[in-house]
Design a protein around this ligand. Structure first.
Ligand SMILES: Nc1ncnc2c1ncn2[C@@H]1O[C@H](COP(=O)(O)OP(=O)(O)O)[C@@H](O)[C@H]1O
Ligand SMILES: [Mg+2]
Length: 246
């Protein structure tokens, strides 16, 4: 069954003379883990911000869960969650408090907050550290708390902007493991950005490669390798980014 939850058509975003997104058309299906891959400045965050109704497109259109991002942003925001690239935990709050506080901002009642926070602490595997302030956490554990914070809204689509960038190798592995578990157990539609090919290969059902604002390729990792007659996704990426066939 073809259940499309995100649909963009000819999406363009300009910042003065910079074209951050150039005619991007794509579709994402329910339950998919979709990876947006591209070097710095490729337009990944811009696309994510349009899909989460933080930026309006300059041209073209985008629909999320059946609603147009410029016409119905409130409806969309109620059903999605975003973990921004620059997000941090509140260091002086515990893991539990970080998640519960966030749920409280969305007006959930006390009983519901406790119920959801408990479940999420279990889901992210921080049972024995729930009462510790996050200041003392490793970078991977902090990211787990941030992913948990986004999940407390029970979103239909989870947007993660560079969830493993800027943390140590071990932390990145921990976060990837969590995201893998979430996609398998919770079946939640996930859109993530990364410039890490390993991450795409380990986590993503399909990938869109952005190069200078253009969607240079889209498909499963295996499809892309076949399409570009490349040995692996890295060759596809290097080929597209440099304009050379590897
Ligand atoms: N708010 C903004 N104002 C001006 N230029 C921006 C803004 N956001 C992004 N850009 C520009 O748009 C391009 C794409 O940026 P971005 O979407 O952040 O890329 P990525 O997330 O792939 O690194 C870059 O050239 C960046 O400098
Ligand atoms: Mg970015």
């Amino acid at each position: 069954m073809n259940d499309i939850v995100i649909k963009t058509e000819g999406l363009v975003k300009k910042f003065k003379n910079i074209v951050a997104l150039d005619n991007v058309t794509l579709q994402i299906q329910r339950g998919e883990v979709f990876g947006l891959l591209g070097p710095n400045g490729a337009g990944k965050t811009t696309l994510m911000r349009i899909l989460t109704c933080l930026f309006a497109p300059t041209e073209g259109r985008a629909e999320v869960l059946g609603y147009d991002v410029t016409e119905k942003p409130e409806e969309i925001r109620r059903m999605i969650a975003l973990l921004p690239q620059e997000a941090e935990t509140y260091e002086h709050l515990t893991a539990w408090e970080n998640i519960a506080y966030y749920a409280g901002m969305y007006g959930l009642d006390k009983k519901e907050i406790v119920y959801r926070t408990k479940r999420i602490i279990e889901l992210i595997g921080l049972n024995d550290r729930a009462g510790d302030v996050t200041k003392r956490f490793s970078s991977g554990m902090k990211r787990k708390v941030l992913v948990g914070r986004a999940l407390v809204l029970q979103p239909e689509i989870l947007f993660l902007d560079e969830p493993t960038t800027g943390i140590d190798v071990l932390g990145a592995r921990v976060v990837r493991h969590l995201l893998k578990q979430l996609s398998e157990r919770e079946k939640i539609t996930t859109v993530l950005t990364t410039h890490d090919l390993t991450e795409i290969q380990q986590l993503c059902d399909r990938v869109g490669i952005l190069v200078e604002g253009k969607l240079a390729a889209i498909g499963t990792p295996v499809e892309l390798e076949a399409q570009f007659k490349a040995v692996n996704l890295e060759d596809v990426f290097v080929g597209l980014a440099t304009g050379e066939r590897v």
